[in-house]
Every structure is written in C-alpha cells, then in structure tokens.
Design a protein around this ligand. Structure first.
Ligand code: SAM
Length: 217
C-alpha cells in the first residue's frame, strides 16, 4: 500500500485556510457534547481540533477502517502523543461509518459536532450524512472536499440542504463547508436519498470515464 503524504508529515489534509476556519469556529463557539470525525487519515485535523480545547475537552469519537496506510491507528495515536494529547481520551471506532451508525443509534448517542471526511463518492457521503440525525440542535456538520474533483461530495451536500431546511450553510472556505442545524426534526436522510445517491455514483462515474476519454480530467 502506498504511503500517503499525511502518514509521513502527520499534517491535516485540510488547507491552511480550511483549518483556520474550522479552528476559529470551534474556538468561538466551543461545544461540550461529543465531537465526531468520520475519516481521520493521520489524525492531523483531529489533533488541531483537540488543541482548540486546552482546558476541558469534549469527548472525541473517530470512525475509520484504519486501512488508509500501514499502521494507521498507531500513527494517529503517536501524532496525538506528539502534541501532548493522551490518545486514550479519543474513542476510536474501527470500521465504516454506516455499520457504526447503527451502533450509535442503539446507544442513543448525540453529537454537537460532526466532521465528514471519509470516502468521497455520492453514496458514501449520503451515508455519512445519516449521522446528522444524532446531531444536537445548534450542532455543526463540516464536510471536506466540496469541490469539482469530488462531485459526489457537492451533489450529496446540495441535495441534503435542499431537503432539510433546518440546516444552513454558514461557512464555505476552499473546499470546506460547514452547515448549522437549527432544530432537531428526526431523520434527515431517507432511504430514497440513499437509493438516488447510488444511481448518482454510477452517473458521475460514467461522466468521468467519458471526460477521461477526451482528456478533460
Ligand atoms: C481524506 S482522509 C481524511 C483526512 C482527515 N480528515 C484530515 O483532515 O486530515 C480519508 C479517511 O477516511 C477513511 N475512510 C474511508 N472510507 C470511510 C468510511 N466509509 N467510513 C469512515 N472512514 C472512512 C480513510 O481510511 C481515511 O483515513
């Protein structure tokens, strides 16, 4: 398996502007409830988020299959240790986000902050957006790679916003968008959304193969 740059430099996969925007948001509106990151790579952004809470830290949860590069989980833990953060304060859940969601629903978990940065095709992002049913009122959901290279992220985010008027886009910096939830209403992502997102995957893949043939990507 090829080593990702983040596995070596241990840095966030966010641009400096994206990271600053996320950190300022968290520093200006600190939350006490659970913080979730779906897809952590080397834990660079996780580390920076945790450092935003120097005094009392909210609970942090990370979901990732930890197969992005060899020894990923150990590298993430060492990254945190390097910033004097004890990794035992992070609840690492090894696996994909959708089976983990079933477990979280069963445990009646609630989150104040969700950062979605796992697999970037339309159906995976839509699956990850299902976690918003566990997001508190006034909670924040961040999505990364909302940019033309990942049309699935953009499509899923826009469909979600269209169908959930209790969310508003409060930040868009480079490829980071942050949505704020007004009130809790129930289930944001329907089975139909998931079905349509799978069709969209095929369509976007087909479009990409055509563009590739004409050297447009
Ligand atoms: C783009 S990287 C994350 C970068 C990281 N958030 C950062 O800011 O540095 C993608 C990560 O998502 C994980 N991943 C891929 N599919 C996933 C899924 N379905 N559920 C959870 N994590 C996933 C990969 O293992 C990888 O660690």
């Amino acid at each position: 398996m090829a080593k990702r740059a983040s596995a070596i430099d241990l840095q966030p996969e966010l641009t400096p502007a994206e990271l600053n925007a996320m950190k300022s948001l968290v520093q200006q509106h600190p939350k006490t409830g659970k913080h979730l990151e779906i897809g952590t790579a080397a834990g660079g952004t996780l580390r920076e988020l945790m450092l935003c809470y120097p005094k009392s830290q909210p609970p942090f949860v990370v979901i990732d299959p930890f197969t992005y590069f060899p020894d990923q989980l150990e590298i993430v833990k060492n990254n945190l240790r390097g910033a004097n953060i004890d990794p035992q304060y992070v609840d690492f859940r090894k696996g994909y986000s959708w089976p983990q969601l079933e477990v979280a629903i069963g445990a009646n978990e609630i989150f104040d902050f969700i950062f979605i940065d796992g697999h970037h095709d339309a159906s995976h992002v839509m699956e990850d957006l299902r976690w918003t049913r566990l997001l508190n009122a006034n909670g924040l959901v961040c999505l990364h790679d909302y940019r033309p290279k990942f049309p699935g992220v953009k499509w899923a985010t826009e469909r979600f916003l269209k169908r959930n008027s209790n969310y508003s886009k409060i930040i868009h910096v480079d490829s980071l968008v942050v949505l704020k939830k007004a009130e809790m209403t129930g289930t944001e992502v329907s089975d139909n959304d998931l079905f349509v997102s799978k069709l969209m995957n095929r369509l976007l893949k087909y479009k990409r193969s055509i563009l590739k043939r004409f050297n447009r990507v």
